[in-house]
Design a protein around this ligand. Structure first.
Ligand SMILES: NC(=O)c1ccc[n+]([C@@H]2O[C@H](COP(=O)([O-])OP(=O)(O)OC[C@H]3O[C@@H](n4cnc5c(N)ncnc54)[C@H](O)[C@@H]3O)[C@@H](O)[C@H]2O)c1
Length: 428
């Protein structure tokens, strides 16, 4: 393979929630990394030394300004490895949306140089790395395994844990020729403790199966919560008893299971199946929880004409990411009950919350949101919500709470705030 001298070791294409932490961790590991992203606001933040979103561990690294993000892909020609970390959503159908991958390939095509490694890292449907290979060989003069290297190296971090997990998770490396495999292993061995080579499609499926197994695990927890409710039993007590020193499985917590990865990744497999299957059932189960919360609180108290607070809007605890959160859906179901007001509060998010589905949502302070609340839905399990609910209990003991995450810690999904004070008194 022809050798070329490169100014950068790696260029990250798409410096979002996955690409930016990766680029910064490379920089920290002494890899000369650079980025490209279409989002001007994101670039301005990073190039000014600020994280554009919350991801613990990276504030000092980004402030050092050693990782620069460009707006156009010319810098690719000067980079030995090109790592693609753009978004891979679903269309409104059960169909993978490949447009960001296609666009990034069109952008970097003219800058592909002999000897470079193209490394796909976005989560993709099985067969996508083969598609990338065919795209490159049809649209450029490069041939994979001859004068260009290609690998699929999936990202398996959980949001909020990137800094630690980039150094602790084994790295799967999908490659189909020795040179590509060696180059990808050499790049990621700068971060990962263990490298696990395989072929493209196996690597694609490992990533999808990891995520889908988690989604189904939570769907089962949600189904168990509904079954327990049907029988008047307590899911939290059941879970505690079932998990205590039992070596063969653990029951997950019920909750509003969603988020940009969990909620879409099952579709990347499902689009290849014409049959109803377990994954569609898991999807349905998790998607039903907002309706369950509204319906079951409504059996206990009227929501119509009441002041309602919605605690949390992001898709999981202590993050500022609302992509594919179920909180906006819960908001709409509450709205259908015609309450007097809905006060949304999430201290991890800006005011207003830029929600593509519900428009700009006013983000109240938690004090304002709870000041007159008669019903409270806990949509996200942010870590301070136990204390927030106790403050509410002291002021408004009659307020009704729907707390599927058990933030109040009293093992009930639906209760009046005063129950928290009573439970605390019992403990003390
Ligand atoms: N967020 C996670 O925790 C996580 C974890 C593992 C895997 N993944 C997967 O990683 C991929 C990226 O996810 P994300 O959360 O970082 O998405 P993201 O939307 O935060 O980041 C993608 C970035 O790519 C940029 N982009 C899009 N097209 C571009 C182009 N042509 N050129 C340059 N930049 C472009 C966007 O502006 C955006 O900043 C997805 O496939 C996702 O499923 C995400």
């Amino acid at each position: 393979m022809t050798g070329t001298a490169f100014e950068f070791d790696v260029c990250i294409l798409g410096t979002g929630r996955v690409g930016l932490p990766l680029g910064l961790s490379f920089v920290e590991a002494g890899v000369n990394a650079v980025g490209v992203d279409l989002d001007a606001q994101l670039r301005d933040a990073v190039n000014a030394g600020r994280m554009p979103f919350h991801e613990p561990g990276y504030d000092d690294l980004v402030a050092s300004r050693r990782f620069v993000v460009h707006g156009t892909p010319e810098v690719c020609a000067r980079s030995r490895a090109l790592v693609i970390t753009v978004g891979t959503p679903l269309h409104n159908h059960i169909e993978t949306d490949l447009s960001q991958i296609q666009r990034v390939l069109e952008g970097l095509g003219p800058y592909l140089r002999p000897g470079q490694l193209v490394c796909l890292r976005s989560t993709v449907a099985p067969g996508t790395t083969h598609f990338v290979r065919r795209w490159i060989e049809r649209n450029t003069e490069r041939r994979v395994g001859q004068d260009l290297l290609l690998a699929f190296c999936p990202e398996r971090i959980a949001e909020g844990k990137a800094y630690e997990e980039l150094h602790s998770l084994p790295q799967i490396v999908g490659a189909e020729d020795d040179a590509s495999r060696d180059a990808a292993v050499a790049l990621f061995s700068r971060l990962a403790p263990e490298l696990m080579p395989t072929n493209y499609v196996t690597a694609e499926l490992v990533k999808l199966f990891n995520n889908i197994a988690r989604y189904v695990h939570f769907a089962l927890a949600n189904q168990f919560a509904l079954v327990a409710d049907t029988f008047g039993a307590n899911i939290y007590e059941i879970r505690r008893l079932a998990n205590h020193k039992y070596p063969r499985n653990t029951l997950a917590m019920p909750g509003l299971t969603a988020g940009t990865c969990l909620r879409k990744d099952f579709g990347m497999i499902n689009e290849w199946s014409p049959y109803p299957d377990m994954l569609l059932s898991a999807w349905k189960m998790n998607e039903y929880i907002p309706a369950f919360l509204v319906e079951h609180l409504r059996k206990r108290t009227s929501i119509h004409g009441r002041r309602v607070a919605l605690l949390g809007y992001s898709f999981k605890a202590d993050t500022d990411d609302i992509r594919d959160s179920l909180a906006p859906k819960l908001y709409r179901y509450i709205e259908r009950q015609l309450p007097l007001d809905i006060f949304v509060t999430d201290h991890h998010l800006p005011d207003p919350i830029p929600d593509p589905a519900n428009g700009k949502v006013k983000n109240w302070s938690v004090e304002e949101a709870l000041a007159q609340a008669e019903c409270v839905f806990v949509a996200t399990n942010h870590s301070n919500y136990g204390e927030v609910l106790r403050n509410l209990a002291r002021r408004s003991p009659g307020a009704w709470i729907a707390d599927i995450w058990n933030c109040g810690g009293i093992d009930q999904i639906f209760y009046q705030a005063g129950a928290l004070v009573a439970a605390d008194r019992e403990v003390n």
